[in-house]
Design a protein around this ligand. Structure first.
Ligand code: 4HU
Length: 446
């Protein structure tokens, strides 16, 4: 007999009528440029990752929320020169509305918090896992979508908020086997830059732009950085002072530079002190060069990095005390982070920490006689009613085919419905790992 394989595509009988000619066309079976499919194996890994995101979020008492992938473009119209704005996946819909595929989740969160108003008491602790988009010229071949895990605390002004958020990310890393030897957090505050620029007469709206420019340090030449800083009306003295401060790597040195009375030093000291109490001091370091690339951050900012320096930032976040008020909401302090689904998988691969996430179906059920297909359905339903996963063979297949499928789906048991056994109300149960088999009365099947 020919090698029995599961129904081969090409070998499908031509009993299926061919599609109507008028719309038969060969389509591109690949997903749109920059996007991904999630076939079963990849989907199981994604579900494993998201399950860990959710478990940690719930461990910290956060509630899950979600928002439309499509938002008004107005949520993202910020004039600070951000990359995320330049790459906005935006268009005009059939109602002539300017809309965008969300590039991040925080503006949606701000919108919903304002919408809910006083009906949601503070502090708000929400988390979300959502697909985010950017439209980037595929010249760099980078992805146009990724999934982000966000946790946000709304209504807590102190650095206790950021300390709690970093604790949740450390908890996540530990949960999936990542240690402080693999990953660290660089932490700073935008108030460091603010306090330096306050020494110079800098236009109010130059601060956010300067942060976005500084975030490009290391990605574009320093001369270009200085040129862009001059273009947002920073004097050469201010620029030199700024760049000097950005090289500071210790809080002690920062205090010497800024003095001990400013908010930047106060907030950072509080955060590092709380880190001791949370037990994650070994994971964090002060690094004044961290500013992050989103315009709305106003205070502490942080990013998770791989200590081998091979990968892009794993996650990032910070305080954004004025985002809600810029959307017309109340002046409510807020902090949060975003954690993408791509770099973390690259890190796990690097560290040989990718989990095995096999398909697991306890039972495969099949009838040996076409007249007993209904009985097989009854058996499958009985087992499913007991919470057992069942792959029910839906066609009349040779036993060799069934064994092959059982192996592929990792079935633990094969339940065979045969005529002679069924006449006694029995079914055959075969334990596939040992080969042991016995007859069981349907009512005793566990
Ligand atoms: O991290 C920036 C970003 C935003 C949306 C989609 C992708 Br891929 N990346």
């Amino acid at each position: 007999t020919s090698d029995v394989t599961e129904t081969p595509r090409a070998g499908r009988s031509n009993s299926v009528s061919s599609p109507p000619v008028d719309y038969a066309q060969k389509i591109d079976v690949n997903p749109p440029k920059g996007t991904r499919d999630f076939p079963p194996e990849e989907m199981r890994l994604r579900n494993w990752l998201f399950h860990n995101f959710r478990q940690v979020s719930e461990l910290f008492g956060f509630e899950e929320v979600d928002y439309p992938v499509l938002e008004s473009e107005a949520l993202y119209i910020r004039k600070a020169g951000e990359e995320i704005k330049d790459q906005l996946y935006c268009f005009e819909d059939k109602g002539n509305r300017r809309v965008a595929l969300r590039p991040e989740l925080t503006p949606s969160l701000a919108r919903l918090v304002i919408q809910k108003g006083k009906s949601v008491p503070l502090p708000i602790k929400w988390f979300a896992i959502g697909q985010c988009w950017r439209y980037e010229r595929m010249t760099r071949g980078r992805r146009r979508e990724h999934y982000q895990w966000n946790m946000d605390i709304i209504g807590v002004p102190d650095a206790t908020g950021e300390a709690e958020l970093i604790s949740s990310i450390v908890t996540f890393f530990k949960k999936i086997g990542i240690t402080a030897k693999d990953v660290g957090f660089k932490i700073s505050s935008r108030k460091v830059l603010q306090e330096v620029l306050n020494l110079y007469s800098v236009p109010e709206n130059s601060f956010a732009k300067a942060c976005i420019i500084i975030d490009k340090m290391g990605k574009i030449p320093m001369e270009e950085i200085k040129k862009e800083l001059r273009s947002v009306e920073l004097s050469n003295d201010a620029i030199e002072d700024l760049l000097q401060v950005l090289s500071i790597k210790s809080l002690t040195e920062l205090e010497e530079k800024l003095g001990g009375s400013g908010e930047a030093v106060r907030d950072l000291k509080q955060l590092f002190s709380l880190a001791e109490k949370f037990g994650y001091s070994e994971w964090i370091q002060f690094d004044a060069s961290v500013v992050r690339g989103l315009a709305y951050y106003t205070g502490i900012v942080f990013e998770g990095f791989d200590r081998e320096g091979k990968l892009r930032a794993i996650c990032g976040g910070g305080r954004y005390d004025y985002l809600l008020s810029t959307f017309g909401g109340d002046d409510i302090p807020a902090c949060g982070f975003g954690f993408g689904d791509a770099v973390i998988i690259e890190l796990l691969k690097e560290r040989q920490l990718l989990p095995e996430v096999p398909l697991e179906v306890e039972n495969i059920v099949c009838s040996l006689d076409p007249d007993l297909q209904g009985v097989a359905a009854t058996v499958a339903t009985r087992l499913r009613g007991k919470g057992q996963r069942v792959d029910l063979v839906l066609e009349n297949k040779p036993l060799k085919w069934v064994f092959k499928r059982a192996a592929r789906i990792n079935a633990q048991r094969l339940i065979l419905v045969g005529r002679s056994e069924w006449e006694k109300g029995m079914v055959n149960v075969k334990i596939l790992s040992t080969g042991e088999q016995h007859q069981v009365n349907l009512d005793d099947l566990q």
